[in-house]
Design a protein around this ligand. Structure first.
Ligand code: PNS
Length: 177
């Protein structure tokens, strides 16, 4: 397959899930360069800082030679322009994502005068249920997130919630609040 140039996969990645990893692998096989970029959104109160998320992404993609990791703030279309890119990648898990994603994609097309297009990859079914917010919630009760994130990411998430390294006991066993 002939590969296209550069694509951007933007997101919060707080935390990076196996669903994101699935999209990264597939997009990286389609484009010469995939720029995975963490949104630096000052309004949110994140679990991981932007630099922590960038480091996690770098570690998780270190074997994918055509993946670059970065962060951005401001409008995505400006960032795309700065990086000579016309293609934004987003994953679509279910119909519930569609309204939100369609709105962002159409806004970005208008803001870029039709220059920037969004390419949607349908998330593999085994990851369709996954979201960063549910991973955060499960981990905050010391539940098992091993089917949701890479092992080294799980360790860092548990540490954020004060549950030692790699501990994944269920909330019933450990956490009675
Ligand atoms: O992982 P997320 O939080 O669903 O990613 C959302 C993201 C980063 C794609 C979106 O919030 C974004 O692009 N923000 C940058 C600001 C922007 O360009 N807004 C205009 C489109 S509505």
């Amino acid at each position: 397959m002939n590969k296209m140039n550069v694509a951007i996969y933007p997101g919060s990645f707080d935390p990076l899930t196996l669903g994101h990893m699935d999209v990264i692998h597939r997009a990286a096989s389609m484009f010469n360069t995939l720029l995975v970029s963490v949104l630096n959104n000052k309004e949110k109160c994140p679990l991981f800082s932007v630099s922590e998320r960038v480091n996690i992404l770098k570690e998780a993609t270190k074997e994918l030679t055509n993946v670059r990791v970065d962060s951005f703030s401001g409008l995505l279309v400006n960032y795309a322009r700065e990086n000579d890119t016309r293609v934004i990648i987003r994953g679509l898990r279910a119909i519930t994502d569609f309204d939100y994603e369609l709105q962002i994609a159409q806004t970005n097309r208008i803001l870029s005068n039709g220059e920037v297009d969004t390419v949607f990859l349908t998330t593999s079914l085994e990851y369709a249920y996954l979201s960063s917010s549910s991973v955060r919630q499960i981990a905050s009760f010391n539940g098992d997130i091993s089917m949701c994130v890479l092992p080294f990411v799980a360790e860092q998430i548990y540490q954020k919630y004060g549950f030692g390294s790699g501990n994944s006991k269920s909330s019933q066993e450990e956490h009675h609040e």
